[in-house]
Design a protein around this ligand. Structure first.
Ligand code: ZN
Length: 188
């Protein structure tokens, strides 16, 4: 297993639709093992294939809820159904989201409170998880990565402007930028 470099916004693979996984082989198992190691080292609660430069519909997640129940797994070729968005004001503290591909930044974003994730695991076995709150947010964020959508693409004014400014300030937004957890400081 190895920590892989994480792609930063502007890298084309992050902005394209990823392809379904069709071959469940050692290469896929190595990819997923590396993705877990990279996510844990970052540290993060989720990581999608395009974030390690692989345009495949796969993401890993790791999260513990308030009751101490932990959720850790790999979603391959996922489908996602979500509840309607509520329209009350955004809560800057409770709804702030970040992304390892826009390291060091966080902005508030409304997400659906409940989702149903259906995917297959490394053996190709189907499973489903009904998720609420933060786990639902993680699933929506990671699923978006597979469609070439970053959370920054969904931000509303004035946060969209602030995110664009942060990307410019860091010199990102074009191809060729990565950072490696454990090696690089995200902002450096
Ligand atoms: Zn992300």
């Amino acid at each position: 297993m190895a920590v892989r470099p994480i792609t930063i916004t502007g890298e084309p693979v992050l902005h394209e639709i990823a392809s379904p996984v069709t071959v469940f082989d050692d290469e896929l198992r190595t990819l997923v093992a590396d993705m877990f190691e990279t996510m844990d080292e970052a540290p993060g609660v989720g990581l999608a294939g395009p974030q390690v430069g692989v345009a495949l519909r796969v993401f890993v997640f790791s999260w513990a809820d308030d009751e101490g129940e932990s959720w850790r797994g790999v979603a391959i070729n996922p489908e996602l159904w979500q509840s309607p968005l509520t329209l009350n004001d955004l809560d800057d503290d409770d709804e702030s989201e970040g992304c390892l591909s826009i390291p060091g930044e966080r902005f508030p974003l409304r997400r659906a409170d409940s989702v149903l994730l259906r995917a297959v695991d490394l053996e190709g076995e189907p499973y489903e998880i009904e998720a609420h709150g933060w786990l639902a947010r993680i699933f929506q964020h990671e699923y978006d990565h597979l469609d070439g959508i970053l959370y920054a693409d969904r931000l509303e004014h004035p946060f969209s402007k602030a995110a664009a400014k942060a990307v410019r300030k860091n010199g990102w937004g074009g191809p060729g930028h990565t950072w490696t957890p454990g090696l690089d400081h995200p902002e450096g």
